[in-house]
Write a protein that binds this ligand. Structure first.
Ligand code: PMV
Length: 342
């Protein structure tokens, strides 16, 4: 069916990996499986307005302003995969995107923005084909091609991306939901994101993945990650917080250790990252509260804890950790529901 003018709107959240995807091969395929929490408050909201046109074209605005860097990223992705969106050949798109989290917060926004965009585009395809639903496997697979870890953002609670015999149906092509696999304690887990620096990433994730190709520890890393996936899945099913904490923190440290021993080498933590980690460990030892941390490829610290301990942990963050945050900034977030139509 030929489409007239219209607008579709989707939101998609950011996600934070527990077992990290770091190193890729082929067409944006992971060297090892990864698992993440889907977040709730850190989201991208995207509206795509389409109108009939002789040829495909697009304009992109972020927060109402032109954003050429992002526009060309989208253009490249669509040019490479236009066969997946045949109806776009006869449409001009105006894409408007907005993040619910501060722009320069050091939080990766490509996972949320690319998955929100893919949902909008597949929604347009769905209407053109007069279909009822969007195929979530295809949505995740296209999100992966747009920006690796974006494939995990679509699903509620937790997602796994990458083939492992510990989970039936898992594949390198797209992520799958872990919602039915996990103990209730993880379904409303908290993530407070402590902003140590709001500077742009020192290394883009594209460059970071590429550094793994010559990292002398790469093969060991992929082996350890595969084992961690299995152990983490068991811990997630059982609600084993002790094991969860041990694997999650070890994964964060490994990601940073890999960067430190890459060629060239990068130190992505800041002195305040270490102060936060040390304080958090002391707090955990003193109180026995099962709080832990993870890190992205940057200095900011994700503090993870069960919902029932929110009050104590958040008071501790205010009293002890906020002083190490840039401008005292931290973002309260928690496990959420994945992508949805607005
Ligand atoms: O999806 P990318 O290419 O931005 O890579 C993500 C890498 C990490 O965030 C460090 C780990 C992960 O699994 O999300």
């Amino acid at each position: 069916m030929d489409l007239n003018n219209g607008t579709v709107k989707w939101q998609s959240p950011s996600n934070i990996a527990l077992v990290k995807y770091w190193g890729k091969r082929g067409k944006q395929l992971p060297q090892n499986p990864s698992v993440s929490f889907t977040l709730s408050n850190c989201r991208t909201e995207t509206a795509v307005t389409y109108e009939p046109s002789d040829a495909f074209g697009l304009d992109f605005r972020f927060d109402g302003k032109e954003a050429p860097e992002f526009q060309s990223k989208i253009q490249d992705f669509l040019t490479a995969h236009l066969e997946c969106f045949p109806s776009l050949n006869r449409l001009h798109l105006q894409i408007d995107s907005h993040n619910t989290f501060p722009h320069s917060s050091g939080i990766a926004s490509s996972a949320s923005s690319m998955s929100a965009l893919v949902m909008c585009l597949l929604d347009i395809e769905r209407m053109a084909r007069e279909e009822q639903d969007i195929d979530m496997k295809q949505a995740s697979s296209l999100s992966r091609l747009a920006s690796g870890s974006a494939c995990r953002s679509l699903f509620p609670k937790m997602a796994l991306w990458g083939s492992t015999d510990a989970l039936k149906g898992s594949t390198d092509e797209y992520a799958v939901s872990l919602e039915q696999e996990i103990h209730p304690v993880f379904k409303n887990y908290r993530d407070s994101i402590l902003i140590v620096s709001d500077a742009k990433k020192a290394v883009s994730s594209r460059a970071g993945h590429a550094l793994m190709d010559s990292n002398p520890y790469a093969e060991t890393r992929y082996m350890v990650a595969k084992r961690n996936i299995k152990d983490l899945l068991t811990a997630l099913r059982m609600g084993d917080l002790e094991r969860f904490i041990q694997i999650t923190e070890s994964e964060a440290m490994q990601l940073h250790a890999l960067m430190m021993c890459s060629e060239p080498s990068f130190i992505l933590m800041k002195p305040n990252t270490l102060r936060i980690i040390n304080n958090l460990h002391e707090f955990r030892k003193e109180t026995d509260i099962p709080v832990c941390f993870t890190l992205d490829a940057g200095p900011n610290v994700h503090v993870l804890y069960p919902d029932q301990h929110a009050e104590m942990v958040e008071r501790f963050i205010m009293d002890e950790l906020e002083q190490y945050c840039f401008d005292g900034r931290w973002i309260l977030d928690q496990v959420g529901e994945g992508a949805s139509r607005l």
